[in-house]
Design a protein around this ligand. Structure first.
Ligand code: SAH
Length: 235
């Protein structure tokens, strides 16, 4: 992955108690940094054991601020801080219908499922069959079988479960793909790393009755979107 150094694979030696301590310490650090504010997102981050979504040989790095490789082409689990970084500006909340583009490990979908609760819905699309399969096994094992997983091109969204209150792209795009925006409710929001020249800027879009509002949040670094709206040639 461009710009990130992947730590060396190694046998996992940490106990469940150690992982739990690290999870609590990470949540405290995210709060201290001002990235994590909402009680519900905090609860979700404490609830989901991130180490269970990581291949065994990278498991001990679960709470370090580095994306880690997953089965599939170029797939990674994003850094721990990415989740509040995306979900706080989205205002992800109980009852939302949420679409994730780029399932990766399934961790982001599990955290979102904890936030939206039983009244909400999480749909997550992954383009790589190996990655999709890895996520499906993780989510089923951890009790998130009601997350709706789709194998396909997230640039096209997923019309059967539309409209959505909130959408997160976890891969970098040239622009917000039109088919996905068409599946967002009026007043709904989408967030994506957008490629601008040689940078990516995390951008929040709010869909309004006539038009849209955009807000740039900060520079980020994600794998490029593949598929019909693929951005691999751009980044
Ligand atoms: N949210 C994930 C991180 C995903 S990394 C997690 O929590 O682990 C980005 C993912 O987007 C990769 O798995 C990649 O295969 C996937 N991807 C890339 N282009 C895609 C597309 N057009 N549709 C769906 N998934 C895509």
């Amino acid at each position: 992955m461009r710009g990130w150094i992947v730590p060396p694979p190694k046998a996992s030696a940490k106990s469940a108690a150690e992982f739990e301590r690290e999870r609590h310490a990470k949540v405290r650090a995210l709060e201290a940094q001002g990235l994590l504010k909402s009680a519900r997102i905090k609860m979700a981050l404490l609830e989901v054991p991130r180490e269970e979504f990581i291949p065994r040989e990278y498991r001990d790095y679960a709470y370090e601020e580095v994306p880690l490789p997953l089965p599939g082409a170029n797939a990674t689990i994003s850094c721990p801080h990415s989740y509040p970084l995306f979900y706080e500006p989205l205002g992800l909340a109980r009852g939302h219908r949420f679409l994730e583009i780029g399932t990766g490990s399934g961790y982001g979908a599990a955290v979102a499922r904890e936030v939206v609760g039983d009244e909400g819905l999480v749909v997550s699309i992954e383009i790589d069959p190996l990655t999709h399969d890895f996520a499906r096994r993780n989510l089923e094992r951890m009790g998130y079988a009601d997350v709706q997983l789709v194998l396909g091109d997230g640039g096209l969204g997923y019309a059967p479960a539309a409209p959505y209150d909130r959408v997160a792209f976890t891969a970098a795009c040239g622009s917000f793909p039109a088919p996905v925006l068409a599946q967002v409710k009026i007043g709904g929001r989408a967030i994506a790393p957008l490629i601008e020249d040689d940078r990516q800027i995390l951008t929040l879009l709010t869909k309004e009755a006539c038009g849209e509002r955009r807000e740039k949040i900060c520079p980020v670094l994600y794998v490029a979107l593949r598929g019909a709206y693929g951005a691999e040639a751009l980044f």
